[in-house]
Design a protein. Structure first.
Length: 83
């Protein structure tokens, strides 16, 4: 999982330009053909729990503390990288 996340942040221009490293969503993993990894995330407690254990931001849209602008920006960033 961390290898996948790292590789996605290194393709940014400039690399690692994002201030927050976030947990990919299930949709992101499935879109990249990582079905088994998506199942393993669920097996180990779900996306929010795995993100917390790894110290990653989790943008699930349900977190009331998350600013809408930050959430939309993070989702757009993932969408752009996987299209």
């Amino acid at each position: 999982l961390l290898h996948f996340i790292r590789s996605q942040y290194l393709v940014l221009d400039p690399p690692l330009s994002s201030l927050t490293i976030s947990m990919p969503s299930e949709k992101d993993l499935l879109r990249c053909g990582l079905d088994e990894l998506a199942l393993q995330v669920e097996r180990y407690g779900g996306y929010e729990n795995v993100a917390r254990r790894l110290g990653l931001a989790c943008f699930d849209g349900k977190n009331q503390e998350m600013e809408g602008r930050t959430y939309r920006g993070a989702r757009l960033l993932w969408r752009e990288r996987h299209e």
